[in-house]
Design a protein around this ligand. Structure first.
Ligand code: AMP
Ligand code: MG
Length: 345
């Protein structure tokens, strides 16, 4: 299949709408990452998403809407606390899970009795949903397991020949996927951190729980509340180790290592300005105290490491506060949970 590259024009947005209405797949820009979209009400169209990505069948999809009114028909009911959350953070990078209605095909919910819904803030995304005339199911537009794409080129790298079209809407603003919160439990529970922080959720919801999968690895045999969080994810080809500690400790450790190892293929993933001090080729992902820039640049940096041929990567550990929780959560999965903590007893 030839994959069309569409531009951010009214004509091409209308074309994307036609393809989606006809049961095809179009990768679309959003303010978080590029999504691989299909008509959310058409089970056969949604099934093609799983095939194109190589996504495990038990991992449900997020449904994207362009008007608050569309939400009603997708869920069994909208409780007051859900509406309050939507009023506070929609349109925006927040996904809300509620019990689903009968219009949601099993392919979308992966057999669960809930559905995840998001109202994106990017105007182009909403125009594409309007052009399609239906809500769009869309996971991130990467091959399953690799870093999520944050620009049309990275989307094309993964999806060329597998889908009908990619619409180029420029670089994504946030660069990590949406915050996912479920309101299908008695106490709201954060399943995936994103640009809307736990503090911001607490402001509207009061108490929230943070799922064990957010900052750690689920123990063998524990059922994942968010199926996507159990997989190794976001990974470049290189093997990543997170070094938790100061820049000094990082330098000492990597100096020792580079004397032993093959430094050509050993890289550092570090903060801006540290390149001169670290004795390895470096790819940076923002200043140490700037979580928002780190979220914008992390997935790009992971792909850059692959492009430069990295085989082994030592990563500086980001702060896990606020938006940083999303950055740490993604890097931890990219590293397959491999962390050396210099301050561990
Ligand atoms: P992605 O589409 O790649 O952004 O991933 C969507 C994330 O939302 C995955 O981690 C899914 O497991 C999670 N998700 C989607 N729908 C549900 C649901 N109904 N219940 C729990 N998690 C969900
Ligand atoms: Mg994904």
């Amino acid at each position: 299949m030839e994959t069309l590259l569409l531009q951010n024009t009214d004509k091409d947005i209308a074309r994307a709408g036609e393809i989606l209405r006809g049961g095809g797949l179009v990768a679309i820009p959003t303010e978080t990452v590029y999504g691989l979209a299909a008509n959310a009400l058409d089970g056969a169209a949604v099934a093609k998403i799983f095939a194109a990505k190589g996504r495990p069948q038990d991992n449900p999809l997020i449904v994207h809407i362009s008007h608050l009114d569309q939400w009603k028909s997708l869920v069994s009911e909208i409780p007051d606390r859900a509406m309050a959350l939507a009023e506070a953070y929609w349109p925006g990078p927040l996904t809300i899970i509620l019990p689903k209605s009968d219009v949601i095909p099993d392919e979308v919910s992966a057999g669960l009795d809930t559905v995840a819904v998001r109202f994106p803030s990017m105007r182009t995304t909403r125009k594409i949903i309007d052009a399609a005339g239906v809500p769009l199911a869309a996971p991130s537009a990467n091959l399953s397991g690799s870093p999520s794409p944050t620009c049309a080129r990275h989307t094309m790298d993964d999806m060329r020949g597998r889908i009908d079209a990619v619409l180029d809407g420029g670089e994504c603003n946030f660069g990590v996927e949406s915050t996912v919160v479920t309101l299908a439990t008695e106490i709201p529970r954060l399943l995936r951190p994103g640009a809307v922080t736990p503090e911001e959720l607490r402001e509207v919801l009061g108490e929230i729980e943070i799922d064990d999968a957010v900052l750690g690895q689920l123990k063998e045999g524990v059922k994942a509340a968010s199926p996507g969080m159990k997989y190794k994810h976001y990974s470049p080809k290189a093997e990543i180790t997170i070094l938790k500690g100061t820049l000094d400790e990082f330098v000492k450790y990597t100096e020792l290592h580079s004397r032993e190892g093959d430094t050509d293929k050993t890289f550092a993933l570090c903060f801006d300005g540290e390149e001169e001090i670290i004795p390895l080729p470096c790819v940076t992902y923002g200043r140490e105290e700037d979580s928002l820039t780190q979220s914008h640049r992390l997935f790009n940096a992971l792909r850059e490491l692959d492009e430069q041929g990295a085989e082994k990567v030592y990563a500086r550990c980001p702060s896990a506060d606020g938006v940083g929780m999303a950055v740490y959560n993604r890097l931890l999965r990219a590293a397959g949970f491999c962390v050396i903590d210099f301050h561990d007893e």
